[in-house]
Design a protein around this ligand. Structure first.
Ligand code: FES
Ligand code: FES
Length: 159
């Protein structure tokens, strides 16, 4: 019996019991290389994707445990108004340097701008606390998320 789930709307299946992390499945089977592998120990946030809309570290999720789940990766970001807003604000504010941390941060930020009632810098910093950025781009990243949260609530989200 196979385990069936979707990635960015695309039907996927793996053999039940197959030992393969979601980050390896995305990168090596689906060739979706936007999701990064950093620490492999849930300590850096580089691999975060959305599982049924909730941020999860893909290095800690077994692909064989995803029956009926819906996965969204950074490659799907431009398919929603919130995602397009984040991309636009990160680019406008040059929020990042090498970019290694950004796919995980963008996916957690997507959940944040959709769900959080508090768009303050403190709330954003708390939400992104599990994400490391070795380039020290956190101030610009927080500013880009705040600008996105604000613009979406002011109705400027029709990108
Ligand atoms: S690679 Fe998954 S949290 Fe670091
Ligand atoms: S931009 Fe380089 S690690 Fe964050």
């Amino acid at each position: 019996m196979n385990v069936r789930f979707s990635v960015n709307g695309r039907p996927c299946e793996v053999a039940q019991g197959e030992r393969c992390s979601l980050v390896d499945y995305l990168r090596d089977e689906l060739m979706l290389r936007g999701t990064r592998y950093g620490c492999g120990q849930e300590r850096c946030g580089a691999c975060v994707v959305l599982v049924d809309g909730a941020p999860r570290p893909a290095c800690q999720v077994e692909a064989g445990h995803l029956q009926d789940r819906s996965i969204a990766t950074v490659e799907s970001l431009d398919s929603s108004a919130e995602g397009r807003m984040l991309l636009a604000q990160f680019e406008r504010l040059q929020a990042g340097q090498c970019g290694f941390c950004l796919s995980g941060i963008l996916m957690r930020s997507l959940a944040f701008v959709r769900e959080s009632a508090d768009g303050s810098p403190a709330a954003i910093a708390r939400a992104l606390d599990d994400h490391l950025c070795r380039c020290g781009a956190q101030p610009r990243i927080v500013a880009a998320v705040q600008a996105s949260w604000q613009a979406l609530r002011e109705g400027a989200g029709a990108l």
